[in-house]
Design a protein around this ligand. Sequence first.
Ligand SMILES: *Cc1c(COP(=O)(O)O)cnc(C)c1O
Length: 462
Amino acid sequence: MENSLAERDKLVVWHPYTPQKYAPDPIPVIKGEGVYLVDANGNSYIDAISSWWVNLHGHAHPYIADKIYEQAKTLEQVIFAGFTHEPAVQLAERLLRILPGNFSKVFYSDNGSTAVEVAIKMAIQYWWNMGAEYKLQDSGYGMLDGKRRNKILALKNSYHGDTFGAMSVSDRGIFTLAFQDKLFEVIFIDPTNLHDIILNFSKGVTHYMPAGQEGSSPACRTGRLTIHPDEIACFIYEPLLQGAGGMKMIEAGPLNQLLNTLQEYGIICIADEVMTGFGRTGRLFASAYLPCQPDIICLSKGLTGGYMALGVTACSKKIHDAFVSDDRLKTFFHGHSYTANPLACTAGLASLDLLQQQDCLENIERINQQHQQFLIQLQTTNHKLQTKHYRCLGTILAFEIQTEGKDDYLNNISAAITQKALAKGVFIRPLGNTVYIMPPYCITKTQLQKVYDVIIEILNEI
Ligand SMILES: *Cc1c(COP(=O)(O)O)cnc(C)c1O
């Protein structure tokens, strides 16, 4: 007899974020339909986390599928240096119209991590390009004792991706443990203590890492390090919601004040909206909740509605201007083979069409209302498993389960909940003991209620 797909898979495939011993067999999915994933045995599962946060309008949506098909018959790919095409230009035009703040250029890449890499490289090279100019003019701004600005500020508990640059600006934790000594130095500040940092900002920012998690530089190895504002090139942050770090909320007021302060010192603010973009948080972009706008924004995940891999890094005119020069050395030497792939850009345009329809915006609002109701129910009824830290932003709901283990990603309860939920027809994948729901916007009231019911059942069963 022929091997099953799961058996063939086990022989040849290595899956992401999956222990290679004792992992349950992967589920062979044969099709997707709206909010459902259907497996080879005919079971269907509500995809309550949008297939790792990418899907917006449901699986195999005929509108997006048709657009990709038509584009594939016309132009599937072309080198993006020296060439252009309608889907790339149109997507950039439409994004620039809806992005919060004043962005002037769109740089394409392949995924969220590369969108972050591009943003960091842009910010660092901005100061390099400026430094070269200022050295000529013998002016001090952008230079400190002859050194250019090159320090990076990031938030504790952040996650920005899995490539080396993206890992470096992500908080040090179990995902980065094996690479600690290969990651570049970043100054981490505590998102729950922004008030103090803002108050004392002119005196410098103190970086602190617990023993064993220090960066590689000698100064960093001592654990404490104070950085003068004039040394800081950029600040990268996930606006309002830190996703993979455990769906943690950041207060809008202090974050906005911080952005204001940083920009007063000329520090480039990079909003990583890879997860929060395209309606997830109730607004088109989470940055729209804040009066202070970023200089650079990173997008991916929902950008194509979850159909194709694509990343976008958009920047303000100020950033781009630093690259407009007679000096060829000031070119941004970065690109990927599939930069601005026409199929991916087409999927992005089709997804935007659907996202900007009135009923989609209404669905986002309706999901939020339903989430709020469920959180009240969760808080006011007793279950065998205790729950805590209830929160909700737009279409995202999260809470923690009280366990004996630590509140972190390795908490064993995650796998148990995933298995139990699958058996009941719902796919969720808690981050450790943090349970969250992040459904496609097309999920109906009844389907969402089913997700809640399954969670409640599990809280009473385990
Ligand atoms: C997922 C994510 C990334 C990385 O995106 P990939 O496409 O997985 O490389 C970066 N930043 C944030 C905030 C994310 O949620």
